[in-house]
Design a binder for this molecule. Structure first.
Ligand SMILES: [Zn+2]
Ligand SMILES: [Zn+2]
Length: 135
């Protein structure tokens, strides 16, 4: 038995060759049909256009591409093939474009700085408390 996280909702489920949990499977299948149908009429559409015109999230279209499901339908994606999960810009690799990656890294840095600050503050409080305890 193999447990995996659902690629749509993150729910842990028993893996049976399908990447999403049973709850999301119908939703995923519907998205796939919508995208497939759209590509039949727009075989050269970029992932961004597919996402915009079908309303299916770009990250979902990207996943269909990564899983090879759309390739089986004859869709290769466009030049970039992938699009940024955050803003939809065409990219060649990874999940985010350079701009979003920079933003994410900055946020990460800020978050860890905030964490460090909180730890320092806790340290101070601790020190004051231990001084008070002495008296
Ligand atoms: Zn799910
Ligand atoms: Zn982006």
């Amino acid at each position: 038995m193999e447990l995996r996280n659902c690629r749509r909702c993150g729910f842990l489920f028993r893996f049976k060759g399908y990447y999403v949990c049973p709850n999301c499977q119908a939703l995923d299948e519907r998205d796939f049909q919508v995208v497939k149908e759209y590509l039949r009429n727009h075989p050269r559409a970029s992932t961004v256009e597919v996402s915009k015109d079908t309303g299916v999230d770009a990250s979902v279209v990207n996943r269909f591409l990564r899983e090879g499901r759309l390739r089986a339908e004859g869709y290769q994606g466009t030049d970039g093939m992938l699009s940024c999960d955050a803003c939809g810009t065409a990219i060649n690799q990874g999940r985010y474009c350079e701009k979003c990656l920079a933003t994410l890294q900055q946020e990460l840095k800020r978050a860890s700085a905030g964490l460090r600050q909180a730890q320092e503050n806790r340290g101070k409080v601790h020190t004051i408390k231990s001084i008070k305890d002495k008296f």
